[in-house]
Design a protein around this ligand. Structure first.
Ligand SMILES: NC(=O)c1ccc[n+]([C@@H]2O[C@H](COP(=O)([O-])OP(=O)(O)OC[C@H]3O[C@@H](n4cnc5c(N)ncnc54)[C@H](O)[C@@H]3O)[C@@H](O)[C@H]2O)c1
Length: 380
């Protein structure tokens, strides 16, 4: 039985998953600065007063826990992860992994030193449609894939203020998200596409923006377009857009291969679709077909069972917890390990430098290689 402590209210996203696996895991502690969050934890999880903490270090020291789910604001992620690892706890951490390049290397060093599990909780990788397309890619149905796109369009300027208007107190998002230049929140868009490209990695990025036009004068770019060159020479493009006044569409993806393509739905009756050459239809790439009507059967088997049906994001929130528990039990780092977390997060951090230098191409370091301290640099 793995005992889990949560820090930050967004960690409630694991509650239904953990409740659905009572033999495997249990939430035994909660930490948040807000009393209201702790009250909610008592109600939703059934925790006692003694299992609730306002000070994170107290939870690490006193609670009966093996692992921590970190869901505090992103500028605290590395600090909270390192404290947990040093206290001998496994970590599952919300996105993004960190807010400076130096921190990312530090995080990797600490994970390696600790021997504990670190899982990067990029939940969009676990969405059923992303997994369905992944199994089609693995079967070679798109041929050799060479181009992918991911877009996160989610107008959330109101989250920058305590009462959702500029009259309110600025929240952490005012500074660390919509206050930042570049593609500050890239991994919902990049992670799923990179999973389709298997073990490929981003080696260089270039980011452009149309400037700053939002009416509240938030400091970030209106939106960013980032081109990511992969080691294989292939290409991924991501759009991060949290300010444009438009309907939400957080999960737009596309993939192009030598035998056809996939595009997610973008709204107003649109559906996810593919156009594929097959032996029976060699010109199949000329016509769209509904993804779900035609290929639902290719969803990975575990997504067809009932286990995750009540969990959020189409059951994805169940499987991300299941993989974290499995990693702890086996001692093998999960697929979404610290190296991927660092690599995908670094796109945000390097994009700031790129966009402020007219789209300058920035090399992405190879976080998967053991970089000595002297080589942990940003190449300009
Ligand atoms: N994966 C996703 O789909 C997704 C969605 C939303 C947010 N997030 C990520 O989750 C994290 C939290 O986002 P949010 O929207 O829940 O933010 P939020 O501001 O709504 O909540 C943050 C919580 O953390 C608590 N907190 C802050 N500092 C703390 C500290 N030092 N010790 C203990 N508690 C502390 C706050 O009291 C608050 O309850 C962010 O990193 C964000 O990027 C991920």
């Amino acid at each position: 039985m793995i005992k889990i402590g949560i820090v930050g209210v967004r960690g409630f996203s694991i509650v239904s998953a953990v409740k659905a696996m009572p033999e495997e895991a249990q939430i035994t502690a909660m930490c948040d600065l807000s009393e209201a969050a702790l009250d909610e934890a008592k109600e939703r999880i059934g925790l006692e007063d003694s299992q609730c903490y306002r000070i994170y270090e107290d939870m690490l020291e006193k609670a009966d826990i093996d692992a921590v789910v970190i869901a505090t604001p992103m500028q605290l992620h590395v600090q909270h992860a390192i404290l947990a690892l040093r206290a001998g706890k496994h970590v599952m951490c919300e996105v993004t992994a960190g807010i400076t390049m130096d921190e990312l290397w530090w995080l990797i060093e600490e994970v390696e030193k600790s021997g504990k599990i670190y899982m990067y909780a990029e939940n969009y990788c676990y969405m059923p449609e992303v997994q369905l397309v992944r199994s089609m890619v693995k079967k070679g149905m798109f041929g050799e894939i060479y181009y992918g796109e991911g877009e996160y369009t989610h107008e959330c300027s109101s989250l920058c203020y305590g009462d959702n208007t500029p009259a309110g107190k600025p929240t952490w998002r005012h500074f660390w998200q919509m206050g930042k230049r570049g593609a500050f929140y890239p991994t919902h868009s990049l992670g799923p596409v990179m999973q389709w490209f298997d073990d490929d990695r981003v080696v260089a990025i270039s980011t452009f923006s149309p400037g700053r036009h939002n009416e509240w004068g938030l400091r970030g770019d209106d939106l960013t377009q980032t081109l990511c060159q992969l080691e294989s020479g292939k290409l991924v493009k991501i759009r991060v857009d949290t300010l444009s006044p438009r309907p939400h569409c957080m999960t737009y993806y596309s993939i192009q291969g030598t035998k056809g393509c996939y595009e997610a739905a973008r709204g107003l009756g649109d559906v996810a679709k593919v156009a594929l050459d097959t032996d029976e239809d060699p010109k199949g790439h000329e016509n769209w077909r509904s993804l779900w009507d035609n290929y639902r059967d290719l969803l990975p088997e575990r997504y067809k069972d009932e286990a995750g049906k009540d969990a959020g994001h189409g059951g994805g929130d169940y499987y991300i917890v299941a993989d974290f528990i499995e990693a702890i039990k086996t001692g093998v780092q999960p697929e979404l390990n610290v190296y991927k977390g660092a690599e995908w997060t670094s796109v945000a951090l390097l994009s700031e430098l790129s966009v402020m230098n007219g789209g300058k191409t920035m090399d992405v370091p190879n976080f998967r290689k053991n970089m000595p301290y002297s080589e942990q640099i940003i190449k300009l």
